[in-house]
Design a protein around this ligand. Structure first.
Ligand SMILES: [Zn+2]
Ligand SMILES: [Zn+2]
Length: 211
C-alpha cells in the first residue's frame, strides 16, 4: 500500500536525496523509469523515500509493487516509462527525416521552404523592423543576447503550414514563417507529425513554472 499524504514536495525531496546519495543497488528498477528533469529514477525507490519526508519512515520495498508505484506516479501526471515497450528507444533515438511520418519528400520540401533565403530574409527584416530583436517565438531565446556579435541576425525560420498541405508550387509568404531558435525548431519536428508552435509554447511555459 502507498499511504495517502505524499505530496509533490516530498517527491522532489526524494529526488534531491537520490541526486546526492545515489540509488542502492537493491533499489534500482527493473522495468520502469520515472522521468524527471531529463533523468530517470526508480519509481518505487522515489516513493519509498518520499514517504520518509511525508511521514518520517521510509517505505520498504515490500510495502507495494512496481506497478502500484508506476500507476501512483502516472495518476499524478508524472511520466513513467516501461523499458519493455521500447519507449526508451524513442527517447534516445536520433532524429532524422526517416522518422517523419508525412514522408521524407514532404519533410525535405518543408525544410527547403524554410531555407529559402529570400523569404526568410524578408521575414527577419520585417521582424527586426517591428520589434528590434530576433528572438524565438516559442521560448524567447535571442542569439545575440547569448552569443554577442556571432549570433547577431541569426534565427531559424519554421514553415507553419502543415507539411501535408505543402506542395512544390505554393509560394511561401512571410506570415507562413515562425522565427524560432534551433532547439525549439528541432522539438517542433521531433514527433511523428510536426507540432503546432502554440503547443510547444505551452509545454515550454508549463515546464518553466513546474521546476
Ligand atoms: Zn526557442
Ligand atoms: Zn520547421
Amino acid at each position: 500500500m502507498i499511504p495517502d499524504g505524499i505530496e509533490e514536495k516530498h517527491l522532489k525531496l526524494a529526488i534531491q536525496e537520490i541526486i546526492k546519495d545515489g540509488i542502492p543497488v537493491s533499489r534500482k528498477s527493473v522495468h520502469y523509469d520515472y522521468l524527471h528533469g531529463n533523468k530517470r529514477y526508480p519509481p518505487k525507490y522515489v516513493i519509498s523515500l518520499a514517504a520518509k519526508y511525508a511521514f518520517g519512515n521510509e517505505l520498504s520495498s515490500n510495502d507495494f509493487n512496481a506497478v502500484r508505484a508506476r500507476d501512483y506516479l502516472r495518476s499524478r501526471g508524472h511520466t513513467v516509462i516501461d523499458r519493455r515497450d521500447g519507449a526508451l528507444d524513442v527517447i534516445v533515438s536520433d532524429d532524422d527525416e526517416s522518422s517523419f511520418a508525412e514522408g521524407k519528400e514532404k519533410y525535405r520540401l518543408h525544410r527547403s521552404k524554410e531555407r529559402d533565403s529570400s523569404i526568410t530574409k524578408k521575414a527577419k527584416a520585417a521582424r527586426l523592423k517591428d520589434t528590434g530583436t530576433l528572438s524565438c517565438d516559442i521560448c524567447d531565446f535571442d542569439f545575440y543576447n547569448k552569443y554577442g556579435k556571432l549570433g547577431l541576425g541569426f534565427i531559424e525560420a519554421h514553415h507553419k503550414v502543415p507539411v501535408s498541405e505543402l506542395d512544390g508550387n505554393t509560394k511561401t509568404k512571410i506570415s507562413d514563417l515562425a522565427l524560432v531558435c534551433s532547439n525549439c525548431h528541432r522539438m517542433l519536428h521531433r514527433q511523428k507529425s510536426t507540432m503546432h508552435i502554440s503547443e510547444l509554447k505551452k509545454i515550454v511555459e508549463s515546464y518553466a513554472t513546474s521546476v
